[in-house]
Write a protein that binds this ligand. Structure first.
Ligand SMILES: O=C(O)CCC(=O)C(=O)O
Ligand SMILES: [Mn+2]
Length: 199
């Protein structure tokens, strides 16, 4: 299978450009980042409006970076970069060959926390967004679902502690992704998606 960086392997998904490195960070480094992010990030459970009703997001979130960003109707005012986030960003930029100016963080506290099917296709991400996704903590299933071609089967990856997943090119146009709930006993998982807000 083709390789981008020494660790990144291409996922065979048609109409997409997705790369994955299961052990992007060592276990030791991943344990340290997990602890620092748990303690230092300003985690909040946000309320969003859905069908005219206020609901709580089923996970904790935080937004850091240089630009604000509208997502699920929330205008996310960025918080200034933390040193740990800049450290991770630099390594991700070197491996993926892209620069990022923001990061959205998600903290899934149990298997009941989740992320519904969506594409990261907001206009401020530009026509072909580069989304670099780093995960620490519990392993969770990450699903891909084709947006237009019913013949394409869903694909599920088990996302590892210290891994990197890169979605680029036409991926967001053609596929949605999600973190489904699980009935299994699952500890905390933290995910960081590095993005570039244009304009
Ligand atoms: O937690 C994940 O792996 C996915 C996060 C995600 O899709 C997002 O933040 O847009
Ligand atoms: Mn996403």
């Amino acid at each position: 299978m083709p390789h981008l960086d020494k660790n990144l392997t291409k996922i065979p998904l048609p109409d997409a450009n997705v790369w994955y490195a299961a052990s992007f960070f060592t276990t030791e480094t991943s344990d340290l980042y997990f602890k620092q992010l748990m303690e230092q990030v300003n985690w909040k459970q946000e309320k969003i409006k859905m069908f005219g009703k206020e609901i709580l997001l089923p996970r904790l979130t935080a937004w850091y970076g240089d630009k604000s960003y509208t997502y699920s109707g929330l205008n996310n005012k960025p918080q200034p970069w933390l040193p740990v986030l800049l450290q991770i960003k630099e390594q991700v930029e070197a491996a993926t060959g892209h620069k990022y100016n923001s990061v959205l963080l998600n903290h899934y506290q149990t298997g009941q926390n989740s992320m519904g099917w969506h594409s990261d296709d907001e206009p401020e991400l530009g026509p072909e967004p580069n989304i670099a996704s780093v995960s620490f903590g519990a392993e969770r299933r990450f699903g891909f679902r084709h947006r237009h071609d019913k013949a394409q089967k869903n694909l599920y990856l088990l996302i590892k502690h210290g891994s990197l997943l890169l979605m680029q090119g036409p991926t967001q146009h053609n596929w949605q992704h999600a973190i489904p709930k699980t009935a299994q006993q699952t500890g905390s998982r933290i995910n960081l998606t590095f993005r570039t807000i244009v304009g």
